[in-house]
Design a protein around this ligand. Structure first.
Ligand SMILES: Cc1cc2nc3c(=O)[nH]c(=O)nc-3n(C[C@H](O)[C@H](O)[C@H](O)COP(=O)(O)OP(=O)(O)OC[C@H]3O[C@@H](n4cnc5c(N)ncnc54)[C@H](O)[C@@H]3O)c2cc1C
Length: 304
């Protein structure tokens, strides 16, 4: 039996493992695809303290190396359920595994909703981004499109308009769904243009990656090509929490509701990272959650 089982080998999960291991606990981290989570899609991270610029893959490798050196056990399996049997939690996987732990940290992160167009996945990091705070600086003085029309898309665009030469909003509905106040701020900027009621048909490419998009008016069918250096997709996040809904309360958006201590209503079960409701989803806040959740779990274990 492990002292702690971490579900998800992203930055939050690996940091939780690190803190528990350094407290002398035994830890198993179960990751379904590859260690590192979302950040492995980022070719350049420039806002994580301690390094001027590092690729997301390199950062993920360093985190993995660090927890392995501290004695973490790892499995590449997809967790399908966590059963709460009081002092013991059983973590079940699609591959047939059933691991026993005294505590569990849920750190399954989020997926960014994507447009579903051909070649999209390969363009992530080569022109397609999901985070203006993270990647906006790479498009300084250039033209970017922002896909979406909710508050997140409007906020991303406001930030990008400060540094980019031109920002083009692409919204599939005939109107923007985000707050009017944000719309006013955004469209008061001279370098912002918006198209509503349009769908994106395909990506245009050059040797560097993304070169633009072809859009189509949903009513008239008129098509046009828009050249851009970057495209920020802000059409929603999909938390990967459903299998664990019985262990921790999910809010109406599918995120775990927890307080700043990362506790859930189930004794011995903690949540960390992008999968919990919070205002800022970044590496720094994910690793902060990992540390907080692990230390709370260690306190709980020490009291048993
Ligand atoms: C393209 C891109 C660029 C970014 N750039 C930056 C940046 O420059 N700076 C910054 O601060 N932030 C950046 N971010 C955001 C940052 O990556 C996230 O905030 C951070 O990774 C969240 O960490 P996490 O561990 O909570 O979740 P995630 O990174 O989402 O990791 C969760 C892990 O859990 C695994 N998992 C999910 N379900 C299961 C299951 N059932 N069983 C087993 N494993 C499971 C997933 O496969 C994943 O590996 C970027 C994000 C993207 C997508």
């Amino acid at each position: 039996m492990y002292d702690m089982i971490v579900v998800g080998g992203g930055p939050a999960g690996m940091t939780a493992a690190l803190y528990a291991l350094r407290n002398g606990k035994t830890v198993l981290v179960i990751e379904k695809t590859g260690f590192g989570g979302q950040i492995t899609h980022s070719p350049k991270v420039e806002n994580f303290p301690g390094s001027l610029s590092i690729s997301g893959n390199e950062l993920a490798d360093k985190m993995l190396e660090q927890i392995l050196a501290q004695g973490a056990e790892i499995e590449i399996e997809k967790v399908t359920a966590v059963r709460d049997e009081g002092k013991v939690k059983i973590v079940e996987t699609e591959e047939g595994g059933a691991y026993e732990g005294r505590t569990v940290v849920l750190a399954a992160g989020v997926k960014h909703r994507m447009l579903g167009l051909e070649g999209e996945y390969e363009l992530v990091g080569e022109g397609i981004s999901f985070c203006a705070v993270c990647d906006g600086d790479f498009y300084s003085g250039q033209t970017v499109c922002v896909v979406g029309g909710g508050n997140s898309a409007l906020q991303e665009a406001i930030l990008l308009a400060e540094k980019c030469e031109k920002v083009v909003m692409l919204q599939d509905l005939p109107f923007y769904t985000g707050e009017q106040r944000l719309q006013d701020v955004l469209f008061a900027k001279e370098n912002v243009k918006g198209f509503t009621n349009v769908k994106i048909n395909r990506f245009l490419r050059n040797e560097n990656g993304l070169a633009g998009v072809e859009i189509e008016d949903r009513t008239s069918g008129e098509k046009r090509e828009i050249a851009c250096d970057g495209l920020f997709e802000a059409i929603g996040l999909i938390p990967e929490n459903e299998p664990f809904a019985r262990l921790a309360a999910l809010n109406s958006y599918g995120y775990f509701d927890s307080d700043e201590r990362c506790l859930t209503g189930t004794e011995g079960v903690y949540v960390a990272g992008d999968c919990r409701s919070k205002g800022v989803r970044q590496l720094t806040t994910a690793v902060a959650d990992g540390a907080t959740a692990a230390l709370a779990a260690c306190r709980y274990l020490n009291e048993q």
